[in-house]
Design a protein around this ligand. Structure first.
Ligand SMILES: *C/C=C(C)/C=C/C=C(C)/C=C/C1=C(C)CCCC1(C)C
Length: 259
């Protein structure tokens, strides 16, 4: 359904540029997070390491996606000629399979809940996230509208469960957070909800009457924008939360020492 030969040369290079931008953002965010890791209290360093790991995994996959995109057609003649090497959608899904559970774990870790609660929530949310991605893939690569719709519906089940958990399940955990970060943690949870909601919409673009090359451009550029918000922007919010909580904790400690 989404075939690369239907693109114009302009559309082809536009998508390539979007991938290149995605790679740059992910790589830069990784370097920033890992260099700044020691500026947060030891209890939050694991969260920051994982946050950087997510953008590192994404940077690697954007490189692969970009190369696969470039190798699938030849534009040297001024026209787009398929090389026969298919553009590989699997890189994106493997990336998501690894990064989506980690993103949820980031959010849970930065809350610093009890060990039991951290473990329970990580397994439940991480598992649902992995299931959601696995169920999405057959529809993404299918040629038929029916198959795409079917797997959209199946994948929406774990997706809605995750949203419900973020809105309802984490409410108590968020309420127990210190005042100065409560709003930021809420922002982080809503950033997940809003940026993630973008993916199932992008997935439906080819079914919404966008046809030919434009459908492929909309899907690839749409996912790239969503990835930047869900991984890099979200990662920086997590970093800010960790930093504020670290500051608040040292303040409390030094106040206690003075007494
Ligand atoms: C860094 C990558 C992220 C945060 C990816 C998130 C992906 C989703 C929330 C995907 C959801 C999907 C559905 C809910 C239904 C259709 C298939 C998917 C996989 C696009």
């Amino acid at each position: 359904m989404l075939s690369i030969e239907t693109l114009s040369v302009g559309q082809f290079s536009f998508v390539g540029n979007a991938f290149s931008f995605g790679l740059a953002v992910m790589a830069a965010t990784t370097i920033f997070l890992w260099l700044m890791r020691s500026s947060v209290a030891p209890g939050y360093r694991m969260a920051i390491t994982i946050t950087g790991l997510v953008t590192a995994i994404a940077a690697y996959h954007y490189l692969q996606i970009m190369m696969s995109w470039d190798n699938s057609v030849d534009v040297t003649s001024g026209e787009l000629v398929a090389t026969g090497e298919p553009y590989n959608q699997a890189y994106r899904y493997v990336d998501w399979l690894l990064t989506v559970p980690l993103l949820l774990i980031e959010l849970i870790l930065v809350m610093k809940l009890s060990q039991q609660e951290t473990w329970n929530k990580s397994i439940k949310l991480g598992g649902a996230a992995a299931l959601m991605i696995i169920l999405g893939y057959p529809g993404e690569v299918a040629d038929s509208t029916g198959v795409r719709t079917l797997f959209w519906i199946l994948s929406m089940i774990p997706f809605l469960y995750i949203l419900q958990q973020l809105v309802v399940g984490l409410k108590d955990s968020i309420a127990s957070q210190p005042e100065n970060v409560k709003r930021l943690i809420n922002t982080a949870a809503y950033l997940v909800i809003v940026s993630w909601a973008f993916y199932p919409i992008v997935y439906l673009f080819p079914l919404m009457g966008i046809t030919g090359g434009s459908a492929l451009v909309a899907v690839e550029v749409g996912y790239t924008i969503a990835d930047i918000v869900a991984k890099a922007v979200f990662g920086l919010v997590i970093f800010t939360i960790a930093l504020r909580k670290s500051e608040a904790e040292t303040d409390t400690k030094s106040a206690a020492a003075k007494k």
